[in-house]
Design a protein around this ligand. Sequence first.
Ligand code: FAD
Ligand code: 2HG
Ligand code: ZN
Length: 475
Amino acid sequence: MQNHQAFIDAACAVIGHDHVLTSDLDMYAQDWRKKYFGRPLAVLRPASTAEVAALVKLCVEHAVAIVPQGGNTGICAGSVPDASGEQVVLNLARLNRLRSVDPANNTMTVEAGCILQTLQDTAESVDRLFPLSLGAEGSCQIGGNISTNAGGVQVLRYGNTRDLVLGLEVVLPSGEILDILRGLRKDNTGYDLKQLFIGAEGTLGIITAATLKLFPAPRACAVAFAALSSPAQAVKLLQHMRAELGERFTAFELMSDASIDLIRCHFPASPNPFTSPHSWYVLMEATDSGTDAALGALFEGALERVLEQGIIDDVALASSKAQAGELWMMRENVSEAQQIDSPNIKHDISLPISSIPAFIDEVVGALEKTYPGVRPIIYGHLGDGNLHFNIARPLAVDNAQWQDETHAVNTMVHDAVVRQRGSISAEHGIGQAKQEEMAHYKSEAELVVMRAIKRAIDPQLLMNPGKVLDMGSTS
Ligand code: FAD
Ligand code: 2HG
Ligand code: ZN
């Protein structure tokens, strides 16, 4: 306790009393899904890289474990501490300066605490696009996006966050600053160290700044919402639209009828373009640098052909930016609607796109047999082979009983994923929520290399212990 007080006094000396929080910590201690409640020793809110480095040195001196925290919107509870009262939360919200924008180099250099939406707006202000886009963009931070290698709805065209990062500034677990903040598209000088920190979920260091890629701002945009009978038809639709629209095709989001019902229930103002219900829906988007009229004609032509061929049953084309926005809002609200509805057993899986229809049939069939009345809420980024395969309870089963089935349901879903050489975490990461499954499903060879990297960079195991990898003792 005395030792803790000495640590807190020293932290106050570095960043000031106002930014060392020791009471009213609930919002920092609990994850977005409200499934994990930790107990931080304190919450530290540094405002510069130098302050982060000084705080990390202090943590090393006092052997205090550090939990980096961005917008705390992560789905796997990587950004909250355990219940020991021994870990500090290092919240990056105040480290939020835009350091520079270089339109000629198509880059911007920003601090980790910048909110994603602010960065999208910054890019737009110089007639550029920063394409990372996801439902939590109004509150997640770029440091969190990089640390989870976030995906979102534009991966089809622009890739994951990993593909958008050119350089990083990282405070290492020793407190040293690793400055690899370069805006280069070609650099083969040895190992590409930034890749280690992207997707590391704060277990290897604290990202303090990043140089990010910008793209030409699209001039034209077309959005359509299609109704179809099955995931197999959705896979055909994807192939057809990609063949016709090529690199213009930016998003392809699948939603089951149960996902749409949930949205309509919790967000009743959501659009409802079809007169009768359908089994599956796809939200699609294309963009390019020409005119809306030219892109619209191409898009409409492609849709007419898939309608004629019976690949889709109906389609609604957004006729204005506002209508497109409403359709997108509906898609982005699925997660929130499920959160309001009741706890669900989440899976964020990826598979070869070609094997998705058979996977859905097989696993939904098996779940329905074991749990009559179960409600699979299946939606997500089909264009990337990534589904949110979230299993809501049968209405006859209460929430607590359903939570008790988590391990059994996870096993049914993830065993099937692994049989197809898929991934049990496509875009959300591992955090605390999937740590045991990581240990179970990853090969020993991969785990050995990962643990060796962790020990080489963080020998005291102070960076986000209990997340991603099981390293045994944290001291
Ligand atoms: P946090 O939740 O604060 O942290 C996430 C992890 O990164 C933690 O392990 C934390 O320790 C670490 N971390 C945070 N900042 C740093 C830093 N500066 N240095 C080192 N480590 C750090 N994710 C997707 O991929 N695609 C989606 O489409 C998507 N949609 C979402 C929709 C909703 C409604 C919600 C609530 C979440 C969604 N997510 C999605 C998940 C989440 O928004 C992303 O994982 C996001 O990238 C997390 O950013 P954050 O700033 O909130 O990070
Ligand atoms: C999305 O695509 C997010 O909406 C959240 O990745 C998924 O809550 C989820 O399961
Ligand atoms: Zn997603």
